[in-house]
Design a protein around this ligand. Sequence first.
Ligand code: FAD
Ligand code: NAI
Length: 468
Amino acid sequence: MTDNFDYDVLVIGSGPGGYVAAIRAAQLGLKTACVESRETLGGTCLNVGCIPSKAMLHASELYHEAHSGALEKFGIKLTGAKLDLKQMHAEKSKAVDELTGGIEFLFKKNKVEWLKGRGAFESANSVKVGNKTVTAKNIIIATGSSVTPLPGVDIDNSKHVVVDSTGALELPKVPNHMVVIGGGVIGLELGSVWLRLGAKVTVVEYLDKILPGMDGDIRKDAARIFKKQGFDIKTSTKVTGCTVKGKKATLTVEPAKGGDAETIEADAVLVAIGRKPNTDGLALDKAGLETNKHGQIEVGHDFQTAVKGVYAIGDVTPGPMLAHKAEDEGIAAAEFVAGQQGIVNHDLIPGVVYTYPEIASIGKTEEEVKESGVDYKVGKFPFAGNSRAKTNRDTDGYVKVIADAETDRVLGAHIISSLAGTLVAQVTQAMEFGTTSEDIAYTCHAHPTHSEAVKEAAMAVQGKPIHM
Ligand code: FAD
Ligand code: NAI
């Protein structure tokens, strides 16, 4: 396909969107290169996002179980469990190195060339990388996102006081008091890590509830569970300033609607108020492109931008900023470039918050269904009625299934459970095939498993759960 170009496909960015697009393009026989400015491949997700955060979540959960006495009721007495934070960080880095190295191996195996450096458009078919210009028939922009700054709160990860998620994954000691600005996914996941390791954690959230975008019941019940764990959650509150003296920060906060200000002292402040698409320095204008009012690059159903031959995927485009969305778009975009039909169902992208318990969501929230005017039924089943969860002493949470009242088609499912991230996959797959709640209710689920709660929630839509 190369005609007079250096490559058939040039991908800018090697996150889950970019590296997957590059590998699939190469698998389809296209001469492919990927531009990445980091020292390692894998983007935000593998280097400073999904992977290191899950490593710290897992390790901190093990520490908490060993240290808190939570295992005693199972007859496991542990004394002297100690935290070796340096070792915890080292094991996390090892996992990251293995996975980023794995992408380098896959690039070699599939003959994807890694062009090291920052890419900037020179035209719709050429990109400057360092001091070299490369040309490509097709270009896929997969430059991802970075933290949204908060005016008046200056992030400096090197000082370990006011940090973003990258800094919060590297703190060299457990803070006495961490203030998390933003009660979203990052705030609650990384807040959980440091809470379990011994910090007092205060979450300051601008809105009246944490986890915006999630189902209303889930948001309410998750807040209750997190408060029970020890989180101090201040909703409807805004941060108006932050001063740092040495290793201490003083935050000024006030009610979101205005009112009396108060100060909060902290020795770590995590800014987690969202992420913004990365387009700075890309010289999009040279390719004839511009961003929308949210700074994102708009694409059509085939992930092609307004300019023929230039595609965009992942966090830099509209939609949820999730690794699996980026990956699926990467595969689909490469398939479109190769003249095939790529498929991503944007109505069915699961979302999982990896706290304890996990919180998972697929399809529409009850609020969205109500807003759409469709008549609906809800079935809920608590893990307190699930034999495996009861046996494991793991009963926080429930499954909520929402179905169309007329057709019984499942419109959404929302789960709080230690295994929510795994359980949501079965509902996602069922919904992809247009399932009804009755289909789920009459599918045999293995006993004793947490998945039986999904079946019983579906039975509850029919008004006939057994164990409730
Ligand atoms: P990115 O992963 O951001 O990769 C973009 C890459 O492009 C980067 O490596 C960057 O260096 C490179 N780049 C940018 N501009 C240029 C340029 N001009 N030239 C060369 N290279 C360039 N999502 C989940 O689904 N599950 C999770 O558990 C999860 N946990 C997360 C935890 C944290 C702390 C964070 C911050 C994010 C998390 N996410 C998670 C979100 C997830 O990381 C992103 O949705 C995902 O990485 C987006 O992939 P991407 O390919 O679009 O971009
Ligand atoms: P977020 O959008 O999830 O949450 C940001 C929170 O900050 C919101 O609750 C918002 O109301 C609040 N907020 C905004 N401005 C504020 C202010 N001035 N003061 C106080 N609160 C304020 O964003 P977050 O947590 O930064 O994560 C960014 C992205 O990364 C998310 O879109 C998410 O999809 C992705 N991510 C996904 C993970 C996962 O899938 N498990 C884990 C971590 C991140």
